[in-house]
Design a protein around this ligand. Structure first.
Ligand code: PLP
Length: 467
């Protein structure tokens, strides 16, 4: 059979292969042919091959499939039916439609990124969001960088490089992706001084640890876990007071950093950024793409004098925010000027605050649509369940939700999960008690036709299999 494998030159002359040579660069086509022939040789060696595998038609199909797979874009849109609203592996917060125009304008034209239109002189990229951030949080000054990990690294380097930073043992957190407070501390050149115990830290612990070497008091929000039971922590305002007495700056890494009052929507909220500012904390860092619902960014707000060393530090240039991110961040922040607008227009906030009744109505509408358009082999129903906030925020909170349960005759729950995940627009859900489920909370309106056509395709394919 090895002898019957056609030569590359011969394959290149086949009409269907010649046709694709106009669409793809020749080396890419050659690569696809070679890789197909390699697999064929392997299959012959393993005696795992049928006689017609060496036909022109079969080989052509395989080369075209290989070509399509090797040239397909890697990063793509997916449907998040997992019910985890801020899903770090799925890109955290989808942006508001209100951001779209601004993002396109900034991407495809020049902008006043670092140009002051009043004076005609060089400007600062940070000036586009600083006044907004100050207005929304009540802080004196603000700065933005690539992400919150960068914000913490920059702040520690600029304020505490070579000095001691006092942190409670209950707050030496790992966020995931190897972001650990002790590691970031070492990288910044600051020396970690742990105080208190895992479950209890008191004001006196900080006071006793402070000395001439102390550069900063740091509070880290325990975003992704909760210590319950016999606990004590020093509040932001108590820590701010301790710092003020000793003239040592106090910083808080609050992780999610919401500007929206989630408690007004019946969700026992994370502390708002505004509360930390009011408590007198000198420097506060948080993410742009967690509860804020914007693009990946690290936001730093606080006292003007504390931000000054950050602005002058060489790391700021290395951790600089990109213009598209800045455009998306400014538009997202502008929505916060009107709380109602923020709630309606920012998908993350909308998904977290939507009530069960709206989810039920939406679920019923989707059921009707699916039953009308899909073959009888696809069965759908609504069940109750819980969604999660995700993004390391409110780890214990379970939001009551409605789930779409889907079965397709002849396909197991695992099989359905795998096929939907490999759809041209992947549809991701979860399996519970051997049922495939999509959480309505995290499904966006434009996802609905995607779900319908993915299921129609899978059901059609199944019918074909059986025929
Ligand atoms: C998420 C988080 C970070 C990291 O933020 P990124 O924006 O992902 O870099 C740092 N600290 C805390 C407390 C967090 O929750």
């Amino acid at each position: 059979m090895f002898k019957n494998i056609p030569k590359v030159d011969k394959i290149l002359e086949w009409p269907d292969i010649r046709a694709v040579c106009c669409r793809y660069p020749r080396p890419v086509v050659m690569e696809a042919i070679r890789s197909t022939l390699d697999s064929l040789r392997m299959e012959i060696r393993e005696k795992n091959i049928s006689p017609d595998s060496l036909d022109e038609k079969t080989i052509t199909e395989r080369v075209l499939a290989e070509l399509a797979a090797s040239t397909a874009p890697s990063l793509k849109r997916v449907v998040n039916g997992t019910g985890v609203v801020i899903h770090t592996n799925l890109g955290r917060s989808p942006l508001s439609q209100a951001v779209r125009e601004k993002l396109l304008d900034t991407a495809f034209a020049y902008s006043n990124l670092e140009f002051d239109l009043q004076s005609g002189e060089r400007g600062s990229r940070y000036s586009h969001v600083e006044p907004l951030l100050c207005r929304l949080t009540g802080a004196e000054a603000a700065l933005v960088v690539n992400n919150n990990a960068a914000a913490v690294l920059l702040a520690l380097s600029a304020l505490a490089g070579g000095k001691e930073v006092v942190v409670s043992r209950g707050e030496l957190v790992e966020i995931g992706g190897s972001f650990r407070i002790p590691d970031i501390m070492r990288l910044s050149g600051a020396v970690l001084k742990e105080v208190g115990t895992t479950n209890r830290t008191h004001p006196s612990d900080y006071r006793q640890a402070m000395g001439p070497e102390t550069g900063l008091l740091l509070k880290v929000h325990t975003s992704n876990f909760a210590i319950v039971g016999f606990t004590a922590a020093v509040s932001p305002s108590e820590l701010a007071e301790i710092g003020r007495e000793a003239a040592i700056p106090v910083m808080a890494d609050i992780g999610s950093g919401n500007l929206f009052d989630f408690s007004s929507a019946g969700i026992p909220g994370e502390p708002m950024v505004q509360e930390y500012v009011r408590a007198g904390v000198d420097l506060i860092t948080f993410s742009g793409d967690k509860l804020l619902g914007g693009p990946q960014a690290g936001i730093i707000v606080g006292k003007r004098s504390c931000l000054e060393p950050l602005r002058k530090h060489p790391l700021l240039r290395a951790l600089r925010i990109d213009k598209l991110t800045l455009a998306a961040l400014e538009e997202t922040l502008r929505l916060y000027l009107d709380e109602r607008l923020a709630r309606e227009e920012i998908p993350t906030i909308r998904m977290l605050t939507v009530d069960l009744e709206s989810l039920t109505l939406r679920g019923r509408r989707l059921l009707r649509l699916l039953r009308r358009t899909l073959p009888g082999t696809v069965r759908v129903s609504l069940t109750d369940g819980f969604s999660q906030v995700g993004g390391g925020a409110m780890p214990l909170l379970e939001l009551p939700t409605k789930l779409l349960s889907i079965t397709v005759a002849g396909i197991s729950a695992n099989g359905l999960e795998s096929r939907l995940r490999k759809s041209s627009v992947p549809v991701l859900g979860r399996i519970q008690s051997d049922l495939f489920l999509l959480d309505l909370r995290t499904i966006l309106d434009p996802d609905i036709p995607v779900i319908v056509s993915a299921l129609a395709f899978i059901a059609g394919e199944k019918v074909k299999d059986e025929g």
